[in-house]
Design a protein around this ligand. Structure first.
Ligand code: ZN
Length: 114
């Protein structure tokens, strides 16, 4: 008969349900999966549990979403300011053209004066 040695990391948990308090062990990987998927599990006495807290990945994804929103708002503001600058430059060009027309000497001004 051959002997096989296997190492399994178990996490000892204790049911916090009032009047229960039983200790039990679950594979560490399995505990990690329940933390990620928030699915329910039960203590040996049948009390339902789950991990409602956000995982590190969920928190990071949430922060990423906030940063993405901030970025999009900044881009929108920059585009708005860029459009405003372009509009002001067009207006400046139009006023400059009008000013040049108003201040220009008439071509035959010298010829008409006595
Ligand atoms: Zn229990």
């Amino acid at each position: 008969m051959e002997e096989i040695n296997i190492t399994v990391e178990l996490l000892v948990k204790e049911c916090v349900y009032e009047g229960c308090g039983i200790s039990y062990a679950v594979p560490k990987k399995w505990d990690g999966w329940r933390r990620e998927d928030h699915k329910s599990f039960y203590c040996p006495n049948g009390h339902r549990h789950h991990y409602p807290g956000k995982t590190r990945v969920e928190k990071l994804m949430e922060q990423l979403g906030i940063l993405r929103d901030d970025y999009e708002q900044c881009v929108a503001k920059l585009e708005e300011k860029d459009n405003r600058i372009k509009s002001l430059k067009r207006s400046r060009g139009q006023y400059k053209g009008r000013l040049e027309k108003l201040t220009a000497k008439p071509e035959n001004e010298d010829a008409s004066t006595p």
